[in-house]
Each structure stands twice: as C-alpha cells, then as structure tokens.
Design a protein around this ligand. Structure first.
Ligand SMILES: Nc1ncnc2c1ncn2[C@@H]1O[C@H](COP(=O)(O)OP(=O)(O)OP(=O)(O)O)[C@@H](O)[C@H]1O
Length: 310
C-alpha cells in the first residue's frame, strides 16, 4: 500500500529562497493494490507535488510517504532506490518531454534493460518487450526502431506505460496522462489503466478533469490550495459532495442545458436550505483541524465554517 501520512511540502521561494510556499498541507490518504485513486484539483492545488514526492523528485518536508511500509524518504544508496523504482514508476502529461529527440524512442526500454536486466539474452528481452507492448496494445513493428517525431503522442504515452510494465511495477503515478491525447486515444489509455488496475496495480491518477476522475477511480481525493478538503469512495463523493469547494467544483462543470447564473443561483438556494448543523461545521473563530471528519462510512470531509465562501 502507498500511504500518505500527514504529508506536507514547503518550497523555498523568492530571492535567495527567503520565502516559503506550502504546496501540500497535512495530506493523508492511501492507494491500495488494484485501486485507482484520483487526485483532483485546480491548477496549483498541489496535485503534481504529491506525485513528485512519491517519485522522490521532490522531498517530503513533514509527514511520511510509505510504500509497503518502507519510508520513501529514507531510501539510502543505489540498491535501495533501484528496488523502489522497480515497484513505483511515473508517467507524465507531456510524453514528448520524456524522450530525447536525437535517439530512437525505444531507447527508454534499453535503459531499463541495462539497469535491471543486464543478464537477460537478446531473445528473452525481445519477448519481454513484445509482451509489454501487447499489453498497451502497440504493434512492435510500428513503434520499435522509430524516432519520437515519427510516433504520435498516444503511442509515446503508451510506450512509457510499457516501460513501466517491463519493471512489473506495483504502483503507478499517472500525472495528467490523458490531457494531451486526442479523444479517440483518450479512451484507449483510460481502458488500459483499467486493465492495469485489474492486474493488481495501484494507480495514483492525477487530473484536473472531474469526468475522467469519476470514470476511472475507486477513490477520489479533492485538493484545494494544498489541503485535502474531501475524499472517499468515488460514488459517495460525487453523489453527495459536502465541502463548499467540492460543491463549487462539481457545479462548475459546463452543463449544456444551463447557464452559469442558473447554476450559481441553484448553489446559493441549496446552501440556504441546508441549515442543519453538521459535525463538520466549525464554530466562529474555530480553527480548521488537521483531521477530516467521516461523514458516512468511507467518505471524509475537512471541517469548514458554514456559509463562508471558498
Ligand atoms: N519547484 C517548485 N518551487 C517552488 N514552488 C513550486 C515548485 N513546484 C510547484 N510549486 C508551487 O506549488 C504549488 C503547487 O504546485 P503543483 O504543481 O503541485 O500544482 P498542480 O495542482 O499539480 O497544478 P497543475 O495542474 O497546474 O500542474 C503551486 O503554487 C506551484 O507554483
């Protein structure tokens, strides 16, 4: 299990690193094997920072990320890190940036071979590559021995997923992997992620797109300005959002049959009607606590001040 326990990230910013920016604050949640967890939030909410901390591209300032009980920040030496990346890999938004245009695209596979499978024969290796490509539904004849510019974004993205499969990973950080793909490729990659989940992979699916999150995930985590404001079983969060930010986020999805003023008026009406006091309503002057409150089984919300706009 990939576990986030009160994880915070503070970046040093400004001239000479004198200022601080809290990109993630006290985030706690889990990604279990065979489960897709969507991390949803607007730009700058801290989604990618969480993914980068899992992949050790960014350090954890406070709290801990553990992978099958091993603290990700505590890995020491080449061997420990190598073992970790055999379990956990990331695929990012822009597939082009992961390739060097000077080299053929399948160099990303060769690098895995030299690092992890140096003793494997050519024939055995080819078999492994072919079967990873088959899982991501790519034809070896069409993608091997080609330069990145000869392949589409969708093909490059799937090759990166195939590279992750060569390592037989347990957890994947998929950061906006769908955003840059065209509509027909999107559904292929989404279905592919569903296949990987069915094979037992745990996936942290980072997106700003609510519909994608809803489509694919078992659990949903809503981030707002670095804090988790709501999380839980996807159906429960989507059917009955409780935090004002989640409600606003869901209402902001364009509804073809409604104008924005109508949506806003409806939201206001619903807020005014929702007068019942809730265990997650804070009293005046009360500080927002670090822990979320469980509303119903498997659905958590960050306590908030009712009727204070977010
Ligand atoms: N290396 C860095 N140094 C300083 N600040 C950073 C750094 N990386 C990210 N930030 C800041 O941290 C906050 C969270 O950024 P992050 O990239 O995690 O957000 P995000 O939700 O993934 O946004 P997007 O969807 O636009 O990628 C932002 O305010 C961002 O400017």
């Amino acid at each position: 299990m990939l576990k986030f326990d009160r994880v915070s990230k503070v970046y040093k910013v400004g001239a000479f690193g004198g200022g601080e920016l809290t990109a993630v604050r006290d985030a706690s949640f889990e990604v279990r094997p065979g489960e897709v967890v969507s991390l949803i939030g607007e730009s700058g909410s801290g989604k990618s920072t969480l993914g980068k901390m899992v992949l050790r591209i960014a350090s954890v300032t406070r709290g801990a990320i553990t992978c099958d009980d091993i603290n990700v920040s505590g890995l020491r030496g080449h061997q420990q890190r190598k073992a970790y990346y055999r379990k956990v890999q990331g695929v990012f938004q822009d597939p082009f940036s992961s390739y060097n245009p000077v080299f053929k695209a399948d160099r990303v596979f060769a690098m895995i071979r030299s690092e992890y499978y140096s003793g494997v024969s050519d024939a055995e290796w080819r078999k492994k590559v072919d079967s990873a490509l088959e899982v991501v539904r790519l034809d070896p004849g069409q993608v091997l021995n080609k330069y990145p510019h000869q392949l589409s974004g969708g093909q490059l993205q799937r090759m990166l997923l195939a590279r992750a499969l060569l390592l037989d990973i347990d957890y994947l950080v998929a950061d906006e992997v769908i955003s840059m793909l065209d509509a027909s490729t999107r559904i292929d990659v989404l279905n592919l992620l569903a296949d990987l989940k069915a094979r037992g992979m745990g996936i942290l699916f980072i997106t700003h797109d609510l519909a994608l999150g809803n489509y694919i995930s078992d659990q949903t985590v809503i981030l707002y300005k670095g804090s988790i404001v709501e999380r839980g079983v996807t159906e429960k969060v989507f059917a009955d959002p409780r935090h004002p930010y989640t409600k606003k986020l869901f209402a902001s999805v364009p509804q073809f049959h409604k104008k924005w003023d109508e949506v806003e008026a409806e939201l206001r009406e619903r807020e005014a009607a929702d007068t019942a006091s809730q265990p997650y309503h804070l009293g005046e002057g009360e500080e927002v606590p670090g822990e979320l409150v469980e509303v119903v089984e498997g659905h958590f919300v960050q306590p908030f001040h009712p009727r204070v706009a977010v």
